[in-house]
Write a protein that binds this ligand. Structure first.
Ligand SMILES: [Mn+2]
Length: 405
């Protein structure tokens, strides 16, 4: 990634800060086991770096000052664990000029804290029965030494940046979506009755890796029959039975940007009459809500319109008589912002702007009939309305039947 893009992001962030405010972003640490390192998304957004434990400081005084603290490479240890990034490498790749080592952080941070009144940091969410995170520990200590300083989670100042996607970001998302689409098409083609859900997961994983992407954006949901009624089903260990549909809710990630696509298809190659009835309703709602996406419309409005349509569909399908009972068969909201996080920054009641990417994912879940349908597309808000980024991933009844038979 070009460091010019990173410099631009940091400029935009600084514009939002008041004078004497600080941003302190902590990189993720490498977990002991399994050693799967996934960088904190705010740290990655602002520095582009995939190095663990680093700390990035922006101080808005009369002039903004930025300093990045990285691990110091110790030759005796590097023999075992490999080379650490040098100051020069970190500076070249991030475009940040001032780089120091982490062992200098405690002595130097006081110089930034003393004149500041507020810190934005990636506090995140950490439940009270868990040990303090390093951010929480740092803030506690700061407040003891500098009682005048307040601290808050940095999400609020990141939303205006991260929720409006740039051209480069959209390219990453489109790649993630296209590769996910290839994986979905392959699953639909290769799945057979008697296979396990995790075999379908392996087909997806193969396709994603083979296309040069290293990570999934989230743990794939591959749910046969009634499992589809568990919204975040992740076991993926059931066998596919006769006349069953499979619900896929999957997304590869490209350079940290996630796709999020749901498709539901009949493994045998033919929807049963009832499956087709339910599927057609969800598909109609999916398409209708997508056409409503445009700048200025609220997620709230999209949600309300979806609920109205679901209520009518459920009555038509003879599942409910009173429309207020719809929650029994539709429990989630119609979409969310998408980006580095699968549920990306951007409030549930946000009003859409050009450059936002949101999901549209209505569903109907009928556990007593072992039917669960969700159809999810990734939609870019454009000047004139919307662009469906996942338009090439089949969802028409005929297309799905052809692919799976
Ligand atoms: Mn989603």
């Amino acid at each position: 990634m070009d460091s010019k893009l990173l410099i631009d992001r940091r400029k935009k962030l600084i514009k939002q800060l008041k004078e004497k405010e600080l941003v302190i972003v902590f990189a993720t640490s490498i977990p002991k086991y399994p050693r799967n390192f996934l960088q904190d998304n705010n740290f990655k957004y602002l520095t582009g770096l995939d190095i663990p434990d680093a700390i990035f400081v922006i101080s808005k005084q009369k002039k903004p000052v930025m300093e990045l603290f990285i691990e110091r490479g110790i030759p005796e240890m590097e023999v075992w664990v490999g080379k650490k990034m040098t100051k020069k490498e970190a500076s070249e790749s991030s475009g940040i000029e001032k780089i120091s080592f982490l062992d200098e952080f405690e002595r130097k941070i006081g110089l930034y804290l003393a004149p500041s009144f507020n810190i934005h940091t990636n506090l995140g969410y950490n439940s009270i029965d868990k040990p303090l995170s390093k951010q929480q520990y740092f803030i506690n200590k700061t407040k003891q030494h500098f009682p005048h300083i307040t601290a808050m989670d940095m999400t609020k100042i990141m939303i205006p940046l991260r929720s409006v996607k740039t051209k480069w970001e959209l390219e990453q998302m489109q790649k993630a979506i296209d590769v996910t689409g290839d994986g979905i098409k392959n699953i639909i083609t290769k799945s057979k009755i008697g296979m396990m859900e995790y075999e379908l997961e392996a087909i997806l994983q193969f396709e994603v890796t083979r296309n040069g992407l290293k990570h999934m954006g989230f743990k794939p949901i591959i749910a046969v029959g009634g499992n589809a009624a568990t919204l975040h089903y992740e076991q993926n260990d059931s066998k596919i039975g006769k006349d069953e549909m499979v619900l896929l809710d999957v997304g590869a990630a490209c350079n940290g940007y996630s796709a999020d696509i749901s498709r539901t298809f009949p493994v045998s190659g033919k929807f049963t009459k009832r499956q087709k009835e339910v599927y057609s309703e969800v598909l109609r709602i999916n398409k209708k809500i997508i056409t409503m996406v445009k700048p200025g419309i609220g997620m709230k409005e999209l949600n309300e319109r979806t609920v109205e349509m679901i209520q009518k569909a459920l009555i038509k399908l003879k599942l409910i008589k009173d429309k207020s009972d719809y929650r029994k068969y539709y429990m989630h909201s119609v979409g969310h912002h998408l980006g580095m996080d699968t549920h990306d920054l951007g409030a549930r009641d946000s009003v859409l702007k050009i450059g936002n990417v949101v999901t549209v994912e209505p569903g109907i879940y009928i556990p007593e009939e072992k039917i669960g349908v969700r159809i999810e597309d990734d939609i870019l808000v454009t000047k004139t309305g919307y662009k469906n980024l996942s338009i090439n991933i089949p969802k028409e009844i005929g297309e799905l039947e052809n692919l799976s038979s």
